[in-house]
Design a protein around this ligand. Sequence first.
Ligand SMILES: [Zn+2]
Length: 314
Amino acid sequence: MPPVDRNNPLRAESSESSYSLMEFMRQFPDDAACLDYLWRTRYAADGEHATCPKCEQERVFKRYATAQGRQSWTCTGCGHHVHPTAGTIYAKSSTSLHLWFYAQYLMTSTRCGVSAKQLERELGVTYKTAWRIANKIRNVLMADDHSEQLSGDVEVDEASVDGKPRQKMNRRDAARFRERSRATVFAAVERGGRIKATVLPSRRGPALKRQVIAWVDPASIIITDDWPAYHGLDVHFLAHSRINHSERIYVQGSTHTNTVEGFFGHLKPAIKGTYRKVSHRWLQGYLNEFTWRRNARLVPGSMFEQLLARATSV
Ligand SMILES: [Zn+2]
């Protein structure tokens, strides 16, 4: 057996990981490495030559040490400062870039989410800072850009994810309770493809229908359960297949909503186990996080690198 370098562990070929903690530590050993990464990816590929917005031409930039520890490069032609974090989620943050990057690493290496409490412990920051970091990552970097509609065979479904009635209720009261006090999460999934999810103010017809029409290409086949709110969707799409859940039929040939229900089946216990309680106000952020990770599986390259690319592409 060849000797292994224990100080430099390599990722096993057969490991599911596509970016391990050791790789993170090698690529980003400190705050300066993170800043340099932003500088090179956003402004100066060679670390030295960048277009100066003031001179309006390519100039040589230098990083001068300043008493305030300024995080900027200076144009040697006119003295203009370029801050590599400008316009990104890291701009004006007093938290180390190294911690920001590590938080992104953590949020892309888990499959069940990271709570702000866990980030607080892991990063050694206050709860408030941890929460702010997680919130920015979820709501800016992981938000769906809605650039493309879903297509092909698309399953849609809705679910309530938080809160259960305290006492037993009959079906009518339970329905009323869901409508009034539980957040409705609505999701659409391409079979073998991408997913979108959002919080809806109501699980009634108009809101649901509007969302399906906005998200799904008209040339698609829509698959739903027999919830009356989905009535009349067939005129907007190539076809509309319905599975009769109220008669306890769950699969009929290719008509089923198991894919989208699988997503809810992953989301609900994760929210309960990791976050304990999620207010309606912040629920969309968690949906972003779960749908982002699921969609990122379809794209080549590690999730961490994908998230970093999103952070630097502003
Ligand atoms: Zn200049």
